[in-house]
Design a protein around this ligand. Structure first.
Ligand SMILES: *[C@@H]1O[C@H](CO)[C@@H](O)[C@H](O)[C@H]1NC(C)=O
Length: 191
């Protein structure tokens, strides 16, 4: 009887463990991302606060350009008190053999005097059919971005995108909306 009880307990523990392991790996990353379609301008609609993004920054956006060698040039811009900040980097597939949109982004900091490479994970968790909206995170779930081709999106769409992140286990209560001007700043304003 006792042995049977113990076996039952073991089974419970084992299945609990399995559940955790399986859920831990369950992050759904976009497969077969069309990198060419992904290129261009993306506006940051919302984000998790992070040490590398100033909390009072507005009009935050990213511009991706495909390089000849298959890497992606990354230009991140934002404006603080009307002053443009920017940093450029390179993105590339973490594992060239994988069909998952798990990228690495490498920046050199500080931008004005690039000394140290800083590499981060950039996982595309969701992209709509028209490549108009994207949800981007990483393995640690400490970073999250909701991106859009347009600087403003409607509430229903926003909620859908937040729901996608929530389904992936992100604490979406941490999301901060990024203020975006009615008319986005022009390209390369005040470099
Ligand atoms: C790919 O090209 C870009 C832009 O010319 C360059 O900055 C980068 O170092 C190159 N990367 C590799 C792995 O060749």
């Amino acid at each position: 009887m006792a042995a049977k009880h113990m076996l039952h307990c073991l089974f419970l523990v084992a299945s609990l463990f399995l559940t955790i392991v399986v859920n831990g790996n369950a992050t759904t990353v976009v497969k077969n991302l069309d990198i060419k379609r992904y290129m261009g301008r993306w506006y940051e609609i919302a984000r998790f606060p992070s040490f590398f993004e100033k909390s009072d920054a507005v009009d935050t956006r990213a511009t991706y350009t495909l390089n000849d060698n298959g890497t992606v040039n990354v230009l991140n811009e934002n404006w603080v008190d009307g002053k443009r900040n920017f940093i450029e980097g390179i993105a590339y597939k973490a594992d060239p053999k994988s069909n998952e949109a798990k990228l690495k982004v490498k920046f050199y900091v500080p931008p004005s005097f690039p000394l140290f490479p800083v590499t981060g994970d950039y996982w595309v968790l969701y992209i709509d059919q028209n490549y108009e909206y994207a949800v981007v995170g990483g393995p640690t779930k400490l970073f999250l971005w909701i991106l859009s081709r347009k600087s403003h999106i409607d509430d229903a769409t926003y909620k859908e995108l937040v729901e996608k992140a929530k389904d992936e286990g992100y604490d979406v209560t941490k999301l901060l909306k990024t203020p975006q001007s009615e008319t986005p700043p022009p390209l390369k304003q005040g470099v």
